[in-house]
Write a protein that binds this ligand. Structure first.
Ligand code: SF4
Length: 107
């Protein structure tokens, strides 16, 4: 329940840039911590939301960050790790403008 409240509050924030993948409609997140009363399944066993157009931001953005992803075993979304900016600053192949931006980031 604490995680649900936390996700509701943080859902006002943007989705992490590191998120990749897609919703495979496993429906696992719709059971956190209890099965949502709007959760339905189609004839193929794929989940769907009975109030999809009006679903709250916490559902709309789930999983917003890797930390908030409680369903990584089944979820179609995943999070990539970005290279450390400091490691890229010295990369000879980078455009000087990008290198300058990286220097600003790692300051
Ligand atoms: S856990 Fe992930 S893949 Fe499954 S329904 Fe939720 S968002 Fe979609």
């Amino acid at each position: 329940m604490v995680n649900k409240i936390l996700r509701f509050i943080t859902s006002m924030r943007p989705i992490a840039d590191a998120r990749r993948g897609f919703c495979n409609r496993c429906g696992t997140c719709c059971k956190l911590p209890n099965r949502c009363k709007f959760l339905r399944y189609d004839e193929k066993g794929l989940s769907r939301c009975a109030i999809y157009r009006w679903r709250p931001p916490s559902c709309r953005k789930y999983p917003r960050t890797e930390r908030e992803n409680l369903t990584s075993q089944t979820c179609g979304y995943y999070f990539i790790k970005f290279e450390e900016p400091a490691a890229l600053v010295g990369c000879a192949d980078l455009d000087p403008q990008i290198t300058g931006t990286l220097r600003e980031i790692v300051k």
